[in-house]
Structures are given as structure tokens and as C-alpha cells.
Design a protein around this ligand. Structure first.
Ligand code: AHR
Length: 322
């Protein structure tokens, strides 16, 4: 009753012009972000970039979920976002398949979805607004091209230890495609083994350690991310095998996060292929364009480069954000 009386009084004051309208809070855009996990330095930098971009000062209310490397957790998170009626859903998908049903649910609820980092394999691409991330195949081709040059038409056998990321993730599928195609093309290139490193340092260390206990005849490590490279380097150190510039094993690593770049500058990693995780401001920009009614491309690749010891300096590394 008291509340009703106070509302009535406020209405009367407003009508008679005796009270000023309360300043209207600009409404926040509610974003639900499903992150696949925290498996690598890259992922930590990516999460940080996204959380910073979706701050209140930037006009967002962020609902964040870490799926801890399980797609089932991502599906639950996205369904929760739908129930909570967020304005936009952003998904960094663990693997490419298995998204149709939940994306259809988001579409039915008229909530646009942005796919970030990796891709989703759905027949109906109208199920999401856009996808932004790395061109993982180009990354792989850059690595392969560099290796062809580094080997200078070497005729002897080249034994490649291939450490693969999470099976079914775009980063794994495309980087794997690049090296598998190259091995098919060069008669003297062979896989010593293809190991499942799951993009983590610990898994890669175990796999490489066990592999080296049986076979040490390797010339190249093609590691699909920096953290798996660190695990492999530990196993090589323990086995007393040298690597990097002037070593027995050439190391190619993907991501080019700061820790790897330092090792590359020291000559311990021969090639770092950049995979840029700073998607927060990019997704923020896409959301603003969408809200302004602008047309957005269906797929956006970010620009990336490669690093070798010769071009790296402490200043260059210090200036990088991850
Ligand atoms: O999808 C990007 C890849 O995923 C990065 O190479 C890797 O570090 C991360 O785990």
C-alpha cells in the first residue's frame, strides 16, 4: 500500500512537472560467452581479451562459462544463456561437430550467435551470424613452406614427430591437413608418429616421453600449439636430445605466445607460427555493427605472421600483448 502511495505521488509530481525524471541508465547488452576451457597460454590470453571487451564500461553485461574441455558443458551453458534471454551468444567451440540442435534453439529464441576462434560444421550456416578466427590451414601451409625451405631439398629421409591438438577442433583439422598433404607430396618425408597431445603441455610431455623411450629417430617436431611444444621439449631434455638451431631436432610450434617467442629468440624453437587470440575487441566491434543493422561477413580471418630467431628481439616480444 505504501509502495502504491509513493508511486501515485511520483506520478502526480511528474504530471505536474514538480519532479524531474530519473536519468535513464543506458541499457547493457547481455552477452553469454561459452569458452571451451583453459588448456593453453593461448586460451588464457583469449579469455582475458574477451572478458576485458565485455565489461560494463564497454556497455555489456557478461555471462561467462568455462566448459573445461567438454562440449557437453558448452551445450548446457548455451541453453542456460537462451533461458536467461541474453541479447547475443558467443561460442568458442571445442570441436566442429554437434552444434546443430543448440544453434537451432538459439535461432528459435531469436538470439544471434557469433562463433569465435574455431569453426562449427553445420549445414545451415544461417544458424549463426558470423565466425571470426584464424585461418588454420594457412598457418599450417606457412609452417610447411618454411620447412621445405629449411630442408633445402634434402634427399635423405625426414622423420617428423607430429603432435596433434584436440581431435575435431578446427585448429587440429587444418594444421594436420597441411602437414599430411606435405608428407604425401614429399617421398622422403615420413611421420615417425602422430601423437594426441590435446593442446596441453602435460599430455604432450607424456606422449613424447613414452614415444622417445621406443624411438629417437626424429628430425622434426611439428607441434600444433606452444604448450604441447613445451611438453615435448621437456621430454627431449630428459632424453638428452638436442633441438632448435644447431640441434638434432627442428621444432615448429603454433601460437607464438610470449613464452614460446622467448624460446624461439634463444634458438630453441626454429619456427613460431602466429595464432592470434585477441578476439575480444573484434567480437565487440561485430556486435556493435550487428546492433547498428550493418551487414557482417559470414567468415572473418585475422591476419597472422611467422617468427624465426633471426627476426625476434626482446623489444618486439615485450611489445606483444600475449
Ligand atoms: O583454437 C586455437 C588453438 O587452441 C590454439 O592454437 C591453441 O593453443 C588452443 O588451445
Amino acid at each position: 500500500m505504501k509502495k502504491f502511495a509513493s508511486l501515485l505521488l511520483t506520478a502526480l509530481l511528474l504530471l505536474t512537472g514538480c519532479a524531474k525524471e530519473a536519468p535513464v541508465e543506458p541499457s547493457l547488452t547481455r552477452v553469454g560467452f561459452s569458452q571451451l576451457g583453459a588448456e593453453s597460454d593461448w586460451r588464457v590470453a583469449n579469455t582475458d581479451s574477451m572478458i576485458r571487451a565485455f565489461s560494463e564500461e564497454n556497455g555489456y553485461e557478461l555471462l561467462y562459462d568455462n566448459a573445461r574441455q567438454k562440449q557437453a558443458n558448452q551445450l548446457v551453458a548455451v541453453r542456460n544463456f537462451i533461458v536467461q534471454g541474453v541479447d547475443i551468444i558467443v561460442i568458442a567451440p571445442l570441436e566442429e561437430t554437434g552444434w546443430e540442435a543448440v544453434l537451432q534453439e538459439a535461432k528459435n529464441a531469436q538470439i544471434p550467435v557469433i562463433i569465435v576462434d574455431r569453426e562449427v560444421a553445420v549445414e545451415d550456416t544461417e544458424l549463426y551470424l558470423t565466425q571470426i578466427g584464424s585461418d588454420f590451414l594457412t598457418e599450417g601451409l606457412q609452417a610447411v613452406g618454411w620447412l621445405e625451405n629449411a630442408l633445402e631439398n634434402r634427399q635423405e629421409d625426414v622423420n617428423i614427430l607430429h603432435i596433434q591438438g584436440t581431435y575435431g577442433a578446427t585448429a587440429q583439422i587444418q594444421r594436420t591437413k597441411a602437414i599430411e598433404d606435405a608428407v604425401r607430396l614429399h617421398d622422403n618425408w615420413h611421420f615417425a608418429a602422430q601423437l594426441a597431445g590435446d593442446f596441453t603441455e602435460s599430455k604432450s610431455y607424456e606422449m613424447v616421453r613414452d614415444f622417445l623411450a621406443e624411438n629417437q629417430d626424429i628430425d622434426v617436431i611439428y607441434s600444433e600449439n606452444d604448450n604441447m611444444t613445451f611438453g615435448a621439449m621437456r621430454a627431449l631434455d630428459e632424453a638428452g636430445i638436442t633441438y632448435g638451431q644447431g640441434g638434432d631436432v627442428t621444432i615448429i610450434s603454433f601460437d607464438a605466445a610470449r613464452r614460446a617467442l622467448k624460446l624461439c629468440m634463444e634458438g630453441k624453437i626454429n619456427l613460431c607460427v602466429e595464432c592470434n587470440p585477441l578476439h575480444g575487441p573484434r567480437v565487440d566491434e561485430l556486435i556493435r555493427q550487428y546492433l547498428a543493422g550493418e551487414t557482417i561477413p559470414k567468415q572473418i580471418f585475422v591476419e597472422e605472421t611467422v617468427f624465426t630467431p633471426e627476426i625476434l628481439t626482446p623489444e618486439l616480444i615485450a611489445a606483444r600483448q600475449y
